[in-house]
Write a new protein. Sequence first.
Length: 297
Amino acid sequence: AVVSTQSTGDLETLMTISIPTGLVVEYCQEQPNQDYFAIRQCYESESSLRQKCEETAANACAAEASRLYLSNGTVVKHMKNGQTVVLYPDGGYSIKHLAPPVATPTPLPPTDIGSSGLGEEGDPAPPPAPPHLVWDITHAEGKREHVMSNGETVEIPPLQCYSATDPESKEVMFTRIDSTLAVSRPDGTRIVDHTDGTRITTYTTDTDGVMYKVECVGYATLHFSATTSETIFGTPTRITSTRNNTFSVKDEDGSTLEISPLLNEVKFSSKPLTVSTYKPEHLRNEHSELHPSALGV
């Protein structure tokens, strides 16, 4: 674990964790006037595929530059082609497209200044660029809309959706034609599988209220509540944090590393010691039973 304070885009990173697979987890400082905190995951470099175990990392970062996980269950994916994909816990998603390249006007032959309705230099004024697509939004129920660069919202044909209810468990399975799948349970739990393999589970506990669990192959699993997060790497070691201000790294042997980047403090607690009682008389009794005199020899 490396404790650092550095800039990650427009979010300041308080602590960075890297693991042998190349996965890097960055805990971003909470921003003022925001009701969520964020954790970024990315791979330090592209895999060379020299080992079979690197296939997971290669597949995870093939099209993605990084992922930003928000404590409200939203996942923001920054793609290598420049697009931004936002996955929502209810099953909806949004795609931000790049602005089209600006066409270079073809120079015209010089004309006499003021000969007609031309510009000050004698060249005609370029026509205004037509509005382009900025956001492609798909709602959980299949409704779709385009947000254009001029602020106009255009509705487009919705996606077909299907649902089925289990008569015994009362669970409802919902699927869209784009392969998004969701299961809603009577206790309020909702499990959403997005098309890229990201699973976002929304559930409620008596102690922490609404919580989110975000999973995806190649990335660490994250649990979020309103004030805490837990990072799971597929090993017994787990990292818990309180709004990314304090961190607790718990190893499988019971030892704990407490980190407070804002206070520049690090505390280590070793695993509890188990004291065994040595009883010489017990050993003497065992040996006396094996002594030849005890066997009448």
